[in-house]
Design a protein around this ligand. Structure first.
Ligand SMILES: *[C@@H]1O[C@H](CO)[C@@H](O)[C@H](O)[C@H]1NC(C)=O
Ligand SMILES: *[C@@H]1O[C@H](CO)[C@@H](O)[C@H](O)[C@H]1NC(C)=O
Ligand SMILES: *[C@@H]1O[C@H](CO)[C@@H](O)[C@H](O)[C@H]1NC(C)=O
Ligand SMILES: *[C@@H]1O[C@H](CO)[C@@H](O)[C@H](O)[C@H]1NC(C)=O
Ligand SMILES: *[C@@H]1O[C@H](CO)[C@@H](O)[C@H](O)[C@H]1NC(C)=O
Ligand SMILES: *[C@@H]1O[C@H](CO)[C@@H](O)[C@H](O)[C@H]1NC(C)=O
Ligand SMILES: *[C@@H]1O[C@H](CO)[C@@H](O)[C@H](O)[C@H]1NC(C)=O
Ligand SMILES: *[C@@H]1O[C@H](CO)[C@@H](O)[C@H](O)[C@H]1NC(C)=O
Length: 511
């Protein structure tokens, strides 16, 4: 099924076995104090896939080590996105004003079955992961719900492997009955087994994981079969959508506890966890499982985050459906930081008092998008720059960027001032995936891009002529709640609101 030769075999991927970064500012991590440690004018030595030396001085090395002068620049750990659906890249810009209700019927795992073939999934997944890498993401927990048949499943895994990124590709078990032939959980158990035992998917940073959304009132036999498979194949993580309150994807910590799943060796990452209860939060703490806050998604679709700021010690940051918004973690991290600040400031203002302090720091935001992501996967060696950690690194060009002129604190420079355009290089497992501001595919990305664009155009052409099926206001939704309407804003002086018709047409013409 592979459509392009493995990226790892492409010329740019040939890794020097040792790379020395010398002369810049390093955002290192001190294991002893569990905190960030800024080193100026230091060195980081990478040997194969690991960081072997972090030094406060310029060190010298043997002449077969590639030396990279990073004077004036910032070397930081790669960011970790703990919630993603890479296959959806082909829908880009189609959902700019979509709602969750419309999403389920148009872009979701059931509605989109049959819309993408295996080649489309491959291209879309690879495009999404590469977009992330370009934006400084080195690890992704991908809730891969494009598992519609054996071929589409394999295609998404293959793309994740070929990307060179550290993708925890979480095979989704779900009953696909919207297409013929149906593809049911029982079929998927066999498909999963075959993919997880296939040696050709090993040896890259990508790993097979599991996603499952039917824990609540679930089929106990099915849950047991999936958990047995997870244990048999030593799956690194299980992820599930968890949105309580008025939303229908419960999968709460309380439910996982009742199924005796919280005390097994496999970590859970619960995406969103909007409306988590105090008891749920306590269960995550006592059993060490994490949530993935996806700030932009929770704004865009309206899950909101009424209590997420209260569980940031067990929280990571994620992206979610990047076809509707940014795939980079910088944007998400910044949004989350300012959201948490606004929430906590509001509490003071509501008491008619004036806040004296700032409730959340850039350090905390940085840790959530790096170190906490690693911890959520029970990987002490991800999301940090420390001796022994994986060489998953991002080099920020803080020397030449007009946005960063005058920076002093490198963490503040990244979290609040930088943009994705300032990312000069990205390494995963000590291999360059981006260098000199470009993805390391050289002429190759151009070819890939053309194939992706043709595939995306085909898919979009079908979607833009398919009318959205949205339930009417007052109708009952899938979970028995009533469909309501949000007040639309008026952004235009005089007549009309400026909402617009949208700019969607066949072959990219104006719709
Ligand atoms: C590089 O190292 C090799 C072997 O250690 C040595 O023979 C060679 O002279 C060195 N070259 C330079 C330019 O230092
Ligand atoms: C799949 O279908 C079976 C049989 O109807 C059901 O018991 C099970 O809960 C379903 N699983 C999911 C993930 O929806
Ligand atoms: C899908 O793969 C599984 C596992 O290899 C196999 O048992 C099954 O027959 C395949 N299904 C189809 C339709 O080829
Ligand atoms: C293993 O995966 C490769 C694709 O990478 C595929 O060509 C091969 O058929 C698979 N083997 C099995 C036994 O499914
Ligand atoms: C998890 O907790 C349940 C209920 O207390 C217990 O029955 C089970 O043996 C525990 N499992 C492990 C792996 O500790
Ligand atoms: C820091 O943590 C990493 C990851 O666990 C570990 O490999 C390394 O040995 C630790 N380094 C020190 C200096 O303790
Ligand atoms: C998005 O906007 C377009 C143009 O106004 C409209 O046709 C469509 O129904 C809107 N979608 C939603 C979910 O509101
Ligand atoms: C869209 O582009 C394709 C490929 O160029 C072409 O075959 C098709 O006729 C175009 N469709 C429309 C409606 O313009």
């Amino acid at each position: 099924m592979r459509l392009i030769s493995t990226l790892a075999a492409a010329p740019g991927f040939a890794a020097a076995s040792s790379i020395l970064f010398r002369g810049g500012t390093i955002i290192a991590f001190d294991n002893a104090t569990e905190s960030l440690q800024v080193i100026r004018g230091g060195s980081v030595l990478v040997t194969d896939d690991r960081i072997t030396t972090v030094s406060e001085t310029a060190i010298s090395v043997s002449n077969d080590t590639e030396v990279v002068d990073i004077t004036g620049k910032i070397l930081a750990p790669g960011q970790i996105n703990t919630h993603f659906h890479g296959w959806q890249t082909a829908f880009k810009t189609l959902g700019s004003n979509t709602s969750l209700v419309e999403y389920f019927g148009r872009y979701g795992e059931y509605a989109a079955a049959g819309l993408l073939n295996a080649e489309d999934v491959y291209l879309s997944q690879l495009a999404g992961v590469l977009e992330s890498v370009n934006g400084g993401v080195t690890t992704i927990l991908d809730h891969a719900h494009h598992t519609w048949d054996n071929e589409t499943s394999e295609a998404g895994l293959q793309a994740s492997v070929d990307s060179g990124a550290r993708v925890y590709w979480a095979y989704t078990f779900h009953n696909i009955t919207t297409i013929e032939p149906n593809f049911l959980v029982q079929d998927q158990l066999a498909n999963f087994r075959s993919l997880a035992s296939n040696a050709s998917f090993k040896g890259s940073p990508a790993e097979i994981s599991i996603a499952y959304d039917a824990f609540t009132n679930g089929n106990l036999g099915e849950i047991r079969a999936i958990m047995d498979l997870a244990e048999e194949f030593n799956i690194p993580v299980i992820t599930t959508h968890h949105v309580e309150g008025p939303w229908p994807l419960e999968n709460s910590p309380e439910t996982l506890l009742s199924l005796n799943l919280l005390n097994r060796s496999i970590p859970f990452v619960l995406s969103h966890s909007s409306f988590i209860t105090p008891r749920g939060a306590e269960l995550l703490r006592s059993h060490n499982h994490y949530i993935s806050i996806t700030p932009e998604s929770e704004f865009h679709y309206g899950h909101t985050h009424p209590t997420s700021h209260l569980i940031q010690d067990q929280a990571t940051i994620g992206v979610d459906t990047h076809f509707t918004f940014s795939a980079d973690m910088l944007t998400q991290t910044r949004l989350w930081l300012q959201t948490a600040r606004r929430t906590l400031y509001s509490e003071v203002l509501q008491r008619w008092e004036i806040p004296v302090n700032n409730p959340m720091s850039v350090n905390q935001a940085f840790l959530m998008s790096t170190r906490n992501g690693g911890l959520s996967l029970r990987r002490n060696d991800l999301g940090i720059i420390a001796e022994g950690a994986k060489a998953d690194l991002v080099l920020w060009n803080a020397k030449d960027s007009p946005s960063l002129l005058g920076w002093n604190d490198p963490v503040a420079a990244i979290v609040l001032h930088a943009s994705v355009g300032d990312i000069e290089a990205v390494l995963v497992d000590g291999k360059w995936l981006k260098r000199d501001g470009k993805l390391v595919m050289e002429g190759y990305y151009g070819e890939f891009k053309e194939r992706f664009l043709q595939s995306a155009r085909r898919i979009q052409n079908r979607l833009v002529v398919t009318p959205a099926v949205v339930p009417a206001v007052g109708e009952e939704w899938i979970n028995g709640l009533v469909i309501g309407e949000a007040a639309e804003v008026d952004a235009k002086r005089g007549e009309g609101t400026g909402y617009g018709r949208g700019f969607l047409g066949v072959n990219g013409t104006q719709g």
